[in-house]
Design a protein around this ligand. Structure first.
Ligand code: AMP
Length: 207
């Protein structure tokens, strides 16, 4: 089963993808995570991507499409995958359609005001990448793996607003794009992680 997770920044794509991955034995591919790993290692891709990411802009299509096309050729994608953060433009969606078949597109539907609060309070472990919210961390800033919870550069308020603008203009049209193709599953994501996942699981099991 090949899936796409659509949703605004902070809608819970990464968290839900990890849950789906475990139950359905799929490979989770997050383009944002791939870029962040490259930035950390200072690779040529990371150096290029950083300029865009820290400004809340999309990395140019040609860089992302090649990256995903190469990743999908790897063995662990043969039994199915979950794309998280890709495609983000209609052009990327068209290209993806040329290289692989997608069985379902899950759209995490959530109020933008709630997202702002979520994103500005989001903290990420600098070692294992797990996420947490400032309200849950309070004074204790250490992760159970020994890392520290820090704020992603692109979760800072001024950048978050730019990311929302980019989402509205370039990524949101993909909801209708996939609705017209007949494989969109809309999930209300304004709920607890476990409740959102229950709805996703039910929808996927009925495919
Ligand atoms: P994410 O973790 O998915 O929110 O991605 C973080 C950032 O990486 C985004 O704000 C973009 O700058 C960049 N990025 C991730 N995926 C894509 C994509 N499919 N196309 C363009 N830029 C992307």
């Amino acid at each position: 089963m090949n899936l796409i997770l659509l949703g605004a920044p902070g809608s819970g794509k990464g968290t839900q993808a990890e849950l789906i991955k475990k139950d359905f034995k799929l490979t989770h591919i997050s383009t944002g995570d791939i870029f962040r790993a490259n930035i950390k290692k200072n690779t040529p891709l990371g150096i290029k991507a950083k300029e865009y990411i820290n400004e809340g802009m999309l990395v140019p299509d040609d860089l992302v499409i090649q990256l995903v096309a190469d990743r999908l050729k790897q063995k662990d994608c043969l039994n199915g995958f979950i794309l998280d953060g890709f495609p983000r433009t209609e052009f990327q969606a068209d290209k993806l359609g040329e290289i692989t078949k997608i069985n379902a597109v899950i759209n995490l539907d959530i109020d933008l005001k709630l997202l702002l609060e979520r994103l500005s309070g989001r903290r990420v472990c600098n070692k294992c990448g797990s996420t947490n919210h400032i309200n849950c961390i309070k004074t204790y800033l250490a992760c159970s793996c020994g890392g520290s919870f820090i704020q992603r550069e692109d979760d800072k308020e001024e950048t978050v607003n730019d990311r929302f603008r980019v989402y509205e203009k370039q990524t949101k049209p993909l909801i209708n794009y996939y609705k017209n193709k007949g494989n969109l599953i809309n999930i209300e994501a304004d709920k607890l992680v476990s409740e959102v996942y229950k709805d996703i699981k039910k929808a996927l099991e009925s495919l």
